[in-house]
Design a binder for this molecule. Sequence first.
Ligand SMILES: Cc1cc2nc3c(=O)[nH]c(=O)nc-3n(C[C@H](O)[C@H](O)[C@H](O)COP(=O)(O)O)c2cc1C
Length: 316
Amino acid sequence: MNRVCEILGITKPVVQAPMTWITSPELAAAVSNAGGLGILGFNAGFETGKATPEETAEEMRKMVRRTKELTDKPFGMNVMTSAFDAAGFSKATIRMCKEEGVAVLAAIGTLDKDQIREWKEAGFKVIYRDMSPTVASAKAAEEAGVDILVATGCDEGGGMPIEETGTIVKTAIIADAVNIPVLAAGGIVNEAMARASACVGAEGAYAGTRFILSEECRAALSVKEDILNTGADDYVVLTEGDGYLKWRSTPHKTALEAIEENRKGNLRPSTGSFYAGMLKGDLEAGINTVSSAACLIKGIDPCEVIVNELARGYGC
Ligand SMILES: Cc1cc2nc3c(=O)[nH]c(=O)nc-3n(C[C@H](O)[C@H](O)[C@H](O)COP(=O)(O)O)c2cc1C
């Protein structure tokens, strides 16, 4: 049996990756009902941001309960490790997840070995994604007790890794370095890309962009159409002044202006721009960030169709 399926208690090794603002109970449940693993991302299903960790956790509790109404299958929650969570937002959410019996934590941020041990002792399955993965961090995560690793290449949508290694090479390197299962993240948008990642050692997909173009994703229709209308040569990469944060974006007005602003050292992409751009569809005010493989996606499909297609790439 596929090890990812075995560990997560699912039937298809396809994880819907967390995406700030645009995931929801409906999306996560649809993926889990199709046999994959749905994940509630930051502000999943929220209409507005919450000011405190406690308010955030309570709003997220409603989303967890709604997800449980829609599926009896496992699903996960996106959290930050301690190093990324100075204000305690994830800490409060994790406490709530324990109370509500959420099965899986999908963590980003610098590895904290003690924290991983606590999560494991609390009964969570842990998927860990170093945003700029290295062999050293993969080995450290394996040693710390992480169940499943994500190998993120710079083909991904959202915040891109600092190092410009593509998904296939990154997956091959990480899968070669560890014994725990590895999910490929970045450009896994169809069966062929899934199969390519399987050939180099991935045992499943951690797919974000493909699920934006699902019927159940609450991203604005104008955003979905913008992605479908963007050609392979049209993406732009937005970089913060310090060169660290990079987002691949469709080339709407804001993105082009943002490049100009970036040249002047003024660019400040924030989660606010995801809210305006991707959730509300205001492409003048926000960013529409996607994988470099987004142009390979040919339509807006039900999650079940997407899960089945990607799973075939892993022989499931
Ligand atoms: C619009 C968007 C928002 C994202 N937001 C988050 C986030 O809040 N937390 C996170 O851990 N990853 C986030 N990611 C990264 C995804 O979890 C995943 O690693 C990535 O989408 C995989 O690459 P793909 O988009 O090519 O499938 C985001 C990705 C996208 C496209």
